[in-house]
Each structure stands twice: as C-alpha cells, then as structure tokens.
Write a protein that binds this ligand. Structure first.
Ligand SMILES: [Zn+2]
Length: 106
C-alpha cells in the first residue's frame, strides 16, 4: 500500500498552496497543483521570496518615513502604535533568531 503524502506547514512558492511531503522521496514536496520542489529548490525559492519581500518592506518603510517627515513639521502626523522603526526592529529581531530552531507553535 503506497504511503499518503504528508501535509507540512510550508507554502508552495508558485501558487501559495499547502505543500505535502512525498513519503517515497522525503526530500521532495508538492502542492495540490502538482508544483514539485526538492528541499534544496524549496529553500532557494524561499530565500528569493524573503529577499524580495524584505526589499519591498524596506521601500515601504522608507516611503512611510518620507511621508512622516513631510507631515510632522505641519503637526499633521500622529504616531501609530507600531512606528516604522519598531517594525524594522521586529524584522531585525526575527532575522537574528536561530533559524535552525523550530518556529513558535510547532
Ligand atoms: Zn503550487
């Protein structure tokens, strides 16, 4: 009897669907749309997505700082609960965590 694919808490880089581990090939994953990745390919895809996401976040933080700098002298700026600096610090704290440790909640 063939082993069934095992759902894992990972998303497909192409479609965002939940990935499943292929039991006959424990370093291979696929999604419901049949996108397939080796562990190495999945890691590379995740690194590329993280890089692009961080570039996007950095650009958004810079744009928010620009907007704040324009509004603050006019007295039109009310600081949000999480300022851009606090968000950036949260990102840095996340990046500096031990990446070999399992994520919270697992
Ligand atoms: Zn997919």
């Amino acid at each position: 009897m063939p082993l069934l694919p095992v759902p894992v808490p990972l998303s497909c880089p192409e479609c965002g669907g939940r990935l499943q581990l292929i039991p006959s090939s424990p370093e291979s994953y696929h999604c419901a749309l049949a996108h397939e990745y080796s562990a190495h390919e999945l890691d590379a895809a995740l690194q590329q997505q993280i890089h692009l996401s961080l570039q996007h976040v950095i650009r958004q933080l810079q744009e928010q700082q620009t907007l704040i700098a324009r509004r603050q002298p006019l007295g039109l700026y009310t600081p949000p609960v999480d300022s851009p600096l606090q968000l950036a610090q949260q990102i840095l704290a996340t990046l500096s965590r031990d990446v070999t440790a399992p994520p919270d909640g697992l």
